[in-house]
Design a protein around this ligand. Structure first.
Ligand SMILES: C[C@@](CO)(OP(=O)(O)O)[C@H](O)COP(=O)(O)OP(=O)(O)OC[C@H]1O[C@@H](n2ccc(N)nc2=O)[C@H](O)[C@@H]1O
Ligand SMILES: Nc1ncnc2c1ncn2[C@@H]1O[C@H](COP(=O)(O)OP(=O)(O)O)[C@@H](O)[C@H]1O
Length: 295
């Protein structure tokens, strides 16, 4: 099943799920933030965000994961709006409608993608170029993942996430995303890390197809946050097992700080079958088949 992948209309934006294909923790800065080396792709599934003129509320939220998400000023959509107003001056009266399809605090950057979508929508409305350094600075202040979500294309990220190099040779990947229904707090996972001096990513294979990339990722890369996240939420190990055991799965790994696990599959039919089977076995989980990556 794919969902939410259609092109947005004017005034509407798409907030694609972020997937860390590999995430190496290579150091720690004096301010406590961790230095990462990460290969990132974006999926066809995501949240939708629309700008609404003369809206009754600053932010209205619907969608399967909308209930329980705070619609107040701490929501990353409204924090993004305030960050733009801080450098661009008072904004016209505008509201946002957010359709929340991605589970919250799940390692696929839903909140960061929503913030980035809000920045893109406001930049469009105010004729601010997307490479305006004030917009880039606002993105960095909103969260380590927001700059990569602003680009929302396959990329290699380092620093704490702000050094971004596009990866146009990324192949399209048939994927399953499986979230076992537990929210995982990113700081708690970083705190549990046993080591913070991992090796950086090795050189990527040139123009890999999906199979070659999956083999490279499995043999030569890792997600250093996987073990500490499993300590925090042991059910992640079951998600890794279920996705990894599905027919046609080439690689099963956790994304970000969890708890969402992704699988790279031989093709989209295999991904569809695996998603249906896992969803039947674990009806309480969020399970989708989707496409991700590409240049
Ligand atoms: C781990 C990653 C990998 O892509 O993804 P998610 O699990 O959030 O999806 C990101 O680095 C998360 O980015 P983001 O969620 O934007 O993090 P922030 O809001 O800036 O930071 C939340 C907290 O995570 C920790 N943090 C975050 C990023 C980083 N490079 N080092 C850190 O130590 C810090 O404790 C920080 O206070
Ligand atoms: N629009 C939003 N969507 C999701 N989470 C949000 C949003 N605004 C604020 N948050 C807060 O940000 C935190 C991280 O959320 P999220 O980006 O979904 O995590 P992750 O990057 O791990 O997937 C959550 O604890 C949530 O309370």
């Amino acid at each position: 099943m794919t969902d939410g992948g259609s092109a947005p209309a004017a005034g509407a934006g798409f907030a694609a799920a972020k997937i860390n294909l590999a995430l190496h923790v290579t150091g720690r800065r004096a301010d406590g933030y961790h230095e990462l080396d990460s290969l990132v792709v974006f999926a066809e599934i995501g949240d939708s965000l629309a700008l609404v003129d003369e809206a009754p509320a600053a932010l209205a939220i619907d969608g399967p994961f909308g209930s329980g998400l705070d619609d107040g000023p701490d929501n990353l959509v409204l924090r993004a709006r305030d960050a733009v107003a801080a450098f661009a001056g008072p904004l016209p009266p505008l509201g946002f409608r957010l359709t929340k399809r991605l589970p919250v605090a799940s390692g696929i950057g839903g909140g960061s993608a929503d913030a980035a979508a809000a920045l893109r929508l406001l930049a469009g409305r105010l004729a601010i170029p997307l490479d305006d350094p004030r917009l880039t600075a606002a993105a960095q202040r909103l969260g380590a993942d927001v700059p990569m979500c602003l680009l929302s294309r396959s990329l290699h990220a380092s620093g704490i996430g702000e050094r971004i190099v596009p990866w146009p040779e990324a192949p399209r990947l048939a994927m399953v995303l499986a979230n076992p229904g537990v929210g995982v707090a990113t700081p708690a996972v970083f705190r549990r890390l046993a080591r913070r001096d991992g090796t950086p990513l090795p050189t990527l294979p040139p123009r890999p197809n999906a199979d070659r990339l999956a083999a490279f990722l499995r043999a030569e890369t890792r997600n250093d946050l996987e073990a500490p996240a499993i300590e925090e939420a042991p059910v992640i190990a079951e998600a890794l097992e279920r996705v990894g055991a599905a027919e046609g799965c080439r690689l099963a790994r956790m994304s970000g700080s969890g708890a969402t696990v992704f699988g790279i599959f031989a093709d989209s039919d295999a991904a569809d079958r695996a998603a249906q089977r896992i969803a039947t076995e674990r009806p309480d989980w969020w399970v989708v088949a989707t496409q991700a990556g590409g240049g």
